[in-house]
Design a protein around this ligand. Structure first.
Ligand code: ZN
Length: 709
């Protein structure tokens, strides 16, 4: 047992201790997880037997307090493994991580399906103590019961077994959908040897295509339907025929028409999609919902399906006229510049890019010298200091896994309230993208003391080169503010119950509110005055550059918006309007009939008959966005509307900042987001601010309600 007692992941950590990164090795992961999962199973079992038999009277302290402690113990051991696997990956670490995943997923399925645990929570909800609990405690219990119910735990007999069959079949079908898309995508490629056919393509795209040709031992340039290969052709390539050919192949992937594009129809997803829809509908009926859209919103901020439809249609009614206008401008430009009598769908991205460059030639490289990392961080910390009265201090002494990592304390009124790691630069063995992850959650410990929240903030910026400091593009600046917004939501919470503390328990369609909200300061002159500063002269970002950026920001924003609305409405209506009584032929045509109807309502770009976009819409058929794609726009409305109060009252207004802090950031998932929003904004959210920020004139003067009435 010596290896267990030496395992740093199993050492009883002092309260608020940080992960022992420097001691953690891949070999520690699996033994630690196995031991903790086994002991958790045993402890939970003993506790539930005692509560459900009546031996231990049910209470918050008897049930939830120990459950949260054991859960936290597990996540504290897992957190450094999972984090290091993402940011300092190695073969050993990846193997160890992958070996633990099935153990953890089996455990979490088991807990979600645990009848005894459900009974104990129900007992607690029915107990006389419940009325005396705090709001956050009540919400935590209600969420737990809701999630048990949505996981089918209340079902019995035939219904229970049917539920299990449906879940099983859906998991096969959704994975089959993804496989078909992937196989269809990979089955198509095109090699071009004459470089003149590729005029207009940027060097990076040419280099990628050349590399792909070499990998297949071919001469010239190889293109595929993978997005990084496909996208530059549609956006930059002057060759109209090639654009057309690739567009058609891309839009017929995994459909009955793929063979017309040189692909194979065996990857057709039509039958898979129809079965997925039928089963999702049946599953929601089993759980007493009338359709899958209703099931989806049961755990979201939106209160009922019609509210989502009204929300999307209202945005559409305002954006479509402008989108039509933008499209006709683009058509006129294409005719004048390229002599295109008709702007075809495969011309749209190309002509838009040409027009964008023509109107707003602005390179991110011009911005970089004004955004050196230390000035930016200092400026970002000053921004939140002004808004929320918090002070952020860098620490030099801490245990780390890489020299790039920086570590900070957040203090408010002289008290340490949170800590975070910043891992800013791209490097080998680090996953791409940017994200915030939880290291420690804020909660009350068993001895009554407080665990302080800790966050990992990860980005992939270009590191310092040539003796210059690391310089950010403006896109990178907004990414930084975005992730920091998620971080503040996690770290500034005042909640003490883990299940609803910070970002935990926040509805999916509201969780992007604090992050998108923070991005706004990256576009404000008053903020850029100290967020930016030329790395040689200290001069802030010049006004003319900012003005150009602001103009470019809203280029074709209405066309972009109606496209998102098309996807959202299609996804939502398809799930909401499904009828199991349809005849076989109606079922076959059902999905296409919805797509066609939505397009007639909102699309401004011409649609070709062979367009089978839906057959590769993985977000909703293979991912977690079913009847939830609208969440992207929903959260944008919230963040834009929240920021509009700062526009009215001053972007550094202390009282407004304090109100956002206390009504939104500190509350985490402890109350309904609609309630929190309304308390902050003084009314339900409206779409006006988002439309204005996108440069879309809101034709109707009346504010349209999108949130809780
Ligand atoms: Zn985000």
């Amino acid at each position: 047992m010596s290896n267990i007692s030496d395992n740093p992941l199993l050492q009883p950590a002092a309260a608020n201790a940080l992960p022992p990164f420097s001691q953690v090795k891949a070999e520690h992961a699996q033994p630690a997880m196995e031991q903790l999962l086994a002991s958790n199973r045993q402890r939970i079992n003993t506790l539930l037997t005692s509560i459900n038999s009546g031996e231990t009277p049910v209470s918050w302290d008897a049930l939830v307090t120990p459950m949260e402690a054991w859960d936290d113990e597990l996540s504290q051991a897992w957190s450094p493994i999972s984090h290091m696997n993402s940011v300092v990956n190695s073969d050993e670490l990846r193997d160890a991580y992958n070996a633990c995943l099935p153990l953890l997923s089996a455990y979490s399925t088991e807990m979600g399906q645990n009848q005894d645990l459900y009974k104990a929570y129900k007992k607690l909800a029915d107990s006389t103590e419940f009325a005396t609990l705090s709001t956050e405690q009540k919400t935590a219990i209600e969420h737990a019961l809701r999630d048990f119910r949505l996981a089918g735990i209340a079902l019995e007999g035939d219904k229970k077994s049917r539920y299990g069959e449906i879940k099983q079949r859906l998991s096969e079908l959704t994975s089959k959908f993804g496989e078909n898309v992937m196989d269809a995508t990979q089955a198509w490629s095109k090699t071009i040897t004459d470089k003149t056919e590729l005029a207009g393509l940027p060097d990076s795209a040419l280099a990628l295509a050349q590399q792909q040709a070499q990998a297949k031992e071919k001469d010239g340039y190889l293109f595929t339907l993978d997005f990084p290969s496909y996208f530059p052709i549609l956006t930059y390539c002057e060759n109209r025929e090639l654009r057309h050919e690739m567009y058609k192949a891309y839009l017929t992937r995994a459909s009955d028409l793929y063979s017309e594009s040189g692909g194979d129809n065996k990857f057709d997803n039509a039958a898979v999609m129809n079965e997925i829809l039928a089963l999702r509908h049946e599953l929601s009926n089993l759980l007493d919902f009338s359709n899958y859209a209703e099931y989806s919103v049961a755990s979201k901020m939106a209160e009922e399906p019609q509210q989502v439809i009204d929300f999307l249609e209202d945005l559409a009614s305002k954006a479509v006229p402008q989108a039509k206008q933008e499209f006709s401008e683009l058509s006129a430009y294409a005719k004048e510049t390229f002599g295109f009598d008709k702007l075809e769908p495969w011309d749209v991205s190309y002509c838009a890019e040409q027009l964008r460059q023509h109107r707003y030639s602005i390179s991110q490289e011009l911005i970089r010298p004004y955004l050196p990392i230390d000035t930016v961080l200092k400026g970002m910390f000053e921004t939140v200091q002004k808004l929320y009265g918090i002070n952020i201090e860098e620490q030099s002494q801490f245990d780390s896994y890489h020299d790039d990592v920086r570590f900070f304390h957040i203090e408010k009124d002289g008290q340490l309230i949170a800590k975070f790691y910043f891992d800013l630069y791209a490097r080998d063995k680090k996953r791409g993208g940017a994200w915030m992850d939880e290291c420690r959650v804020r909660r009350t410990l068993e001895d009554g003391s407080l665990q302080i929240p800790v966050a990992y903030l990860v980005c992939n910026f270009s590191p310092a080169v040539d003796g210059k400091p690391a310089l950010l593009t403006h896109d990178e600046l907004t990414t930084l503010f975005h992730e920091f917004g998620h971080g503040l939501h996690h770290m500034l919470t005042q909640i003490k119950t883990a299940a609803v503390s910070g970002i935990n328990g926040v509805a999916w369609d509201a969780v992007e509110l604090p992050s998108q909200f923070m991005e706004n300061w990256c576009w404000e002159k008053e903020a850029l005055a100290f967020i930016s500063g030329h790395y040689e002269t200290g001069e802030p970002l010049p006004d003319d550059l900012l003005e150009k950026m602001l103009a470019a920001k809203n280029f074709q924003s209405a066309m972009m918006m109606v496209r998102q609305l098309e996807f959202s409405l299609f996804d939502f209506r398809m799930h909401k309007e499904y009828q199991p009584e349809l005849s076989a032929s109606e079922k076959t045509n059902y999905i296409k009939s919805i797509v066609d109807d939505v397009r007639s309502q909102v699309a401004v770009v011409p649609i070709v008959e062979y367009n089978r976009f839906q057959n590769s819409f993985s977000h909703i058929f293979a991912g977690g966005y079913a009847a939830g794609y609208y969440s992207y726009k929903w959260a944008e409305v919230l963040s834009a509307d929240a920021f509009s109060r700062f526009e009215d009252e001053g972007i550094f207004n202390t009282a407004t900042g304090q109100s956002f802090l206390t009504e939104i950031l500190q509350k985490g998932g402890s109350e309904e987001p609609a309630v929190l929003f309304e308390r902050f904004r003084g009314r339900a959210p409206t779409t006006d601010a988002l439309l204005r920020h996108c440069g879309i004139s809101s034709t109707s003067a009346s504010a349209t309600k999108t949130g809780a009435a």
